[in-house]
Every structure is written in C-alpha cells, then in structure tokens.
Design a protein around this ligand. Structure first.
Ligand code: NDP
Length: 347
C-alpha cells in the first residue's frame, strides 16, 4: 500500500553530488522533500535553500539541534571520514539517516555509525543507488532464479579520471585520511557492492594489488599507513562456492564502468554500469542465444530516496542498510591490507 505523507530531509554538505544529483532527486520524489540544508558556505546554502523553501544551517547549528523540526531525516553527503559524526548527530536528534557511500573511512568508524543508529532506534541506509536501479534489481532476480546457471565469476571496473579533473592535489578524494583510501573506496565500491548484491553473497577472503605513488608528486604515500590514496587497484575476492570476484578501480585512464557475471549456463554483461542515472546496455548470453537491451535505465537516485522514505514511512528496514555499507568498508580495508602485505587476507 502507498504510505501517507512525505519525509523531509536535511542535506548535510552541499557538494557536487548533493547539489547536482541528490537534491533534484529529492525534489522529484513522491515521498521526499527538502527541509533543510547544512553547509559551511552561507551564500551557496541560501541559493539552494531559497530555490527549495528549506531552512539553512551551518554544521554547528546542525550539531546543536537548531531547527530540528524542519526535517524528519538526514542525508549525509560529505567526505567519507565526516560521515560518522554527522550520523551520530542525526541519531542523537532521533532522525533517520541515509548516508552516502562508502559508509565511513574505516571499519571501526563504520561499526560506530551502525551502533549509533541501532542504539537510537533510527533507520540507517547506505546510499547504494545500484540496489534501487530497476535494471539491476531485475538482473538480481534473473541471476537468483538461475538465469546464468551456477555463478562462477564476477568481473567489474569503475575508472573515474579524478586526476585529470580540475580539482588538483588538494581535493579530499586524494586525502587518504578523509577518504579512507583512494580509487577503491571511492569507485571500486560499486563493482564490489553490486556483485555482492547480485550474488546475494559476501567474499570470505581477498587479495589485492594497488599503485599508490602520488601522481602529483607532492604527497608521497605514507609507508606506515595501511591506507593510501590508491590510483589503480585490483582486487580478487573469494566468494562462497568457489565464485571468484575480480574488480578494478582507477583514478586515471579513460572513464569506463562495466560489470560482468559469468555462470555455468551463460553470462550477463552491463556496460555503463555505474554511471549515475545513466543509460545502461545489458547483454545476456547463453547456449540458447543472446539478447541485448540498449539505453535501459531509470533515475535510480530518485528511486533511492523514494525507497528510503518509503522504508521510513512504513517502518521497513532498508535492504542496503548500515551493515551492508559496513561490510564493504571491511572488505575494502582487508583489500588495502592485502595490497600492502602482498598476502591473502581472510574476512
Ligand atoms: P564534494 O567535494 O563535491 O562535496 C563535499 C561537500 O562536503 C563539500 O562541498 C562541503 O559542503 C562538505 N564538506 C564538509 N567538510 C568538508 C571538508 N573538510 N572537505 C571537503 N568538503 C567538506 O564531494 P562529492 O559530492 O563528490 O562527494 C560527497 C559524498 O558523496 C562522498 O561520500 C562521496 O563518496 C559520495 N558520492 C556519491 C556518489 C554516488 O553516485 N552515490 C557520487 C559522488 C559522490 P559545504 O561547502 O556545503 O559545507
């Protein structure tokens, strides 16, 4: 049944993704609207707020609980290592949370985020938009119904040329402390999480190689730190029943995103797999023949916020919950450890 009402969101951090993708999706949603914006930049915040009739808060006001009645839930869209504090604040105000991926920068902090929401009795959803993409959802049903037979391997890539962009060496994505890592944490999480979702299974061990020298030449990778801003990373993940996952992520090179699942009776390949609200090409092949759908896709970010609001309004736990986000942070942490040590790391 359709629930009554809407969920009014406070958006914490008015960065690129929040302003250009998430806020338009929230405004377009059937069950969401924008109640407040939290920002360090009062002019930018006023511009966004005026256009949407929302309240403006700075981070201090948000932490202190100013205007808490203006919103029902919080969308966290700041650099990864800031998520925990902002989630704790929301939980402290009794607000439900949808938090951008990755859930946090370290496993310890991701655990604390999950614990804070559980203790406060509020919903925590990790903003995994692939899991609300109708194309990906349909493929998950197809795979679990045996559409490709028994899965044998999964391969995927997300290359996003951050280094070629205009933001330079000072950007938070290259700050291993704030980001929790580099390409793996930022974009490698997509093939990893989407594979876990499609297979309905988690890896038990990982091996990895990463290239971690500083592309700008002014910030050498810290040899004492198990986490570094990896430019290229390649992860092998051992899923149950001998299924092998093989994921690559890069901050340089030509932009590319794809995912392929191979099984005993066929394979599924998705091109343009992880581009936000992108048109995907899906090719399914088996002994029986091949079928290709081009230009399929939907506004999965709008679906994501509507799904979150629907969960909040109906008291339903979201599928990509805090623990789902925590699992990926732990797997990626293990992959960094594996890349550093050159050994297989069990989970
Ligand atoms: P941006 O750098 O564009 O924005 C981050 C915003 O966070 C800033 O604009 C700022 O907002 C706020 N902020 C608060 N403290 C800091 C700080 N110390 N350094 C930098 N910014 C700070 O990042 P993105 O929008 O690209 O990413 C934000 C989050 O969203 C990340 O967790 C990222 O992984 C995720 N993301 C998800 C995507 C998806 O497809 N689901 C796509 C892109 C990003 P203000 O100026 O208002 O204070």
């Amino acid at each position: 049944a359709d629930p009554d009402g809407t969920v009014s969101l406070a958006v914490v951090g008015l960065g690129n993704y929040a302003r250009n993708v998430s806020i338009p999706a929230i405004e377009a949603g059937d069950y969401t609207d924008l109640g407040a914006v939290v920002s360090s930049d009062p002019e930018k915040a006023a511009r966004v707020a005026d256009a949407h009739d929302a309240v403006v808060l700075d981070y201090e006001g948000y932490a202190e609980g100013d205007a808490v009645d203006a919103y029902d839930a919080v969308y966290v869209a700041t650099p990864n290592r800031l998520h925990l504090d902002q989630i704790r604040t929301a939980a402290g105000h009794g607000k439900h949370v949808i938090c951008e991926k990755p859930l946090e920068a370290t496993t310890e902090r991701a655990v604390a985020a999950v614990d804070a929401c559980e203790a406060a009795g509020v919903t925590l959803m990790t903003a995994y938009r692939m899991q609300t993409d109708p194309v990906i959802r349909a493929l998950a049903s197809f795979v679990s119904a045996g559409g490709i037979g028994e899965p044998t391997k999964a391969m995927g890539e997300f290359t996003f040329p951050v280094l070629a962009g205009s933001k330079g060496p000072g950007q938070w994505r290259l700050d291993a402390e704030l980001a929790g890592g580099g390409a793996l944490m930022d974009v490698g999480v997509y093939p990893l999480n989407t594979t876990r979702y499609l297979l309905g299974a988690d890896p038990g061990a990982v091996e990895a190689m990463a290239r971690a020298d500083d592309p700008f030449g002014d910030r050498p990778a810290d040899p004492d730190s198990p986490r570094f801003a990896d430019e290229h990373v390649h992860v092998l993940a051992a899923f149950p029943d001998g299924v092998v996952g093989e994921f690559t992520a890069s901050f340089s090179g030509e932009a590319d995103t794809w995912l392929e699942l191979v099984g005993s009776d066929g394979r599924v390949r998705i091109e343009n797999a992880f581009v936000p609200d992108g048109e995907r090409t899906v090719r399914i092949s088996s002994d029986a023949g091949e079928i290709e759908f081009s230009g399929v896709g939907a506004n999965e970010t709008r679906e994501e916020f509507d799904y979150f609001a629907h969960c909040v309004l109906t008291g339903t736990p979201p599928e990509p919950d805090g623990r789902d986000g925590l699992t990926d942070v732990a797997i990626m942490g293990a992959a960094y450890e594996a890349a550093e040590s050159g050994s297989r790391v069990e989970l």
